[in-house]
Design a protein around this ligand. Sequence first.
Ligand SMILES: Nc1ncnc2c1ncn2[C@@H]1O[C@H](COP(=O)(O)OP(=O)(O)O)[C@@H](O)[C@H]1O
Ligand SMILES: [Mg+2]
Length: 260
Amino acid sequence: MNPQWSSVPDPSPSPKLVIDASGIEKSFGDGSSRIHVLKNVNFQAYIGEIMMLVGPSGCGKTTLLSAIAGTMGVDGGDIIVFDNELGKMSGAALTRFRAKNIGFIFQQFNLIPTLTVAENVSVPLLIQGLAGGKALKRSREALEKVGLGQRWKERPNKLSGGEQQRVAIARALVHDPPLVICDEPTAALDAKNGEIVLDLFSQVARSPGRAVIIVTHDNRIFSYADRISHMDDGEIVEVTKQSRTTPPHFEHEHTIALTP
Ligand SMILES: Nc1ncnc2c1ncn2[C@@H]1O[C@H](COP(=O)(O)OP(=O)(O)O)[C@@H](O)[C@H]1O
Ligand SMILES: [Mg+2]
């Protein structure tokens, strides 16, 4: 054995990958209007972490999230989520897989205007077959957690942008999905509500078998990240690590620069 290796302790068990996306390619449009949005993107996230994806507007963050969440097909590469390769799943299997495993908070909230706030939050539970009464009870509990317990009977258009965003967050968390994916979750929130929401995401990420992916350019929340993937012009240019909130399995990792 090479003597310089003898003092290196046994490696700890490798952290488990939640998302392993490699070589992702995506273009929109045809001919001269074709734009190449994701360029050989590699993106990994592990159990137990909050991974943030940051980068300038238009660099491809939402496109990458949609690919990872299986809501948009890609032109090339593999996306493996909890050991399932999304590209090999049928449409129906993918829909079931997403409903069970992924809580997605869209940049535009996507609330259903004709339903009450609590009914909106119930949707993932009803899709899973939970009875209406039970679903409503759990929805109200989820709304309590984002500070909207009193507003459950109202329609979304009676709520401010920040309140609607918190409803979308309650809906993404209500069925306790192991993977929570959020696109700019704090864009419409003031500091206090941003903190409430990030504390919720932290609790999710620290629960067994869970991970949270957040697209953001809100530097108030960077300190909640375990790692940050920096994206620019369709590429991940660097992955950095935060030390303050780092979970134990990243203890020995150092900042990783993927490009010089
Ligand atoms: N469905 C689409 N059709 C055509 N172009 C799109 C579509 N979605 C995104 N784009 C383009 O892809 C690029 C990246 O968009 P997006 O992923 O939304 O960026 P970000 O979330 O980083 O702001 C932008 O130029 C955007 O206009
Ligand atoms: Mg976006």
